[in-house]
Design a protein around this ligand. Sequence first.
Ligand code: PHE
Length: 336
Amino acid sequence: EAIKSAISAAEAGNEEELEAYRMKFISKKSVVGELFAEMRNIPNEQKKEYGQLVNEVKQMADAKFQELIDQVNLAKKHTKSFDQDLTLPPTNIAAGGIHPLTATRQRIIEIFERIGFNLSEGPEIEDDWHNFTALNFPENHPAREMQDTFFLEKNPDVALRTHTSSVQVRVMENQKPPIRTLSPGRVYRNEAISARAHCIFHQVEGLYVDENVGFADLKNTLYHFAKEMFGKETKVRFRPSFFPFTEPSAEIDISCLICGGKGCNVCKGSGWVEIGGSGMVDPNVLENCGIDSKKYTGFAFGMGIERIAMLKYQIKDLRLFTENDVRFLRQFKPML
Ligand code: PHE
């Protein structure tokens, strides 16, 4: 009877009833204790046998008691876990971080929005007109090859856009100057994947069309961007280049952030790294989009978001952006 109630006490985690069991079977004054005390009244020749029997009873009682203690402890542990304030804010939530490309894209947008650029987007599946023809790529011109296009259909051509310049065409077709717009987005080129190139990457295109826009405006806008993005000490260099849709055209280089311009592996010893292309919008492009090229001029630039993120965070392999290795991604959590 006592054992039964002790068991239910233990199951309920009731220490008082457990103590009652101890009093009844374990302590000096318990039944077992009394059996030991009885020893002195036992005739000498039976003492040995009697002692063995009582010891067996004591061991049984001890074993049962230990079992009950374990049960009580277990029950206590369970009650404890329910004994918490469920309204408290949780700690150590495994929250996701912001992807470094998203963070870089956001920072670029922020810098240009502050100087009056709005945002525009276009489709990733583009037609020949918006990706090439309106941008002054002559038909069968090798410049089209330069872009390593993924074609989805031929005649009429439908392709994955090879650059975000297609968005400047769409904006100019639909809006009147003044235009000051920034178009970030994903682009595709049929290139072998390596540490420095990928067939899917991101660009951000900038376009400014108004009366009297000159090359000095282009340079100053990009000087401003480079200092905001990479720090005040950053230098910008323009190198003559060619794009069918800009004239004159220039490649944009910044002083290498890794070696500070002294020369290292990343800048291949030159002290400079390329971040994109730029130039004055070719009058043919303005006319193709219905903008009077006698009245208006404009500049455009296009930069690689991966390239900018790699320089900013000193990432040496472009493939890391798409591998989704949490050991890489976790490092960007503080930007939340
Ligand atoms: N679209 C060009 C490229 O992808 C970059 C560029 C944009 C150059 C705007 C000039 C003006 O290489």
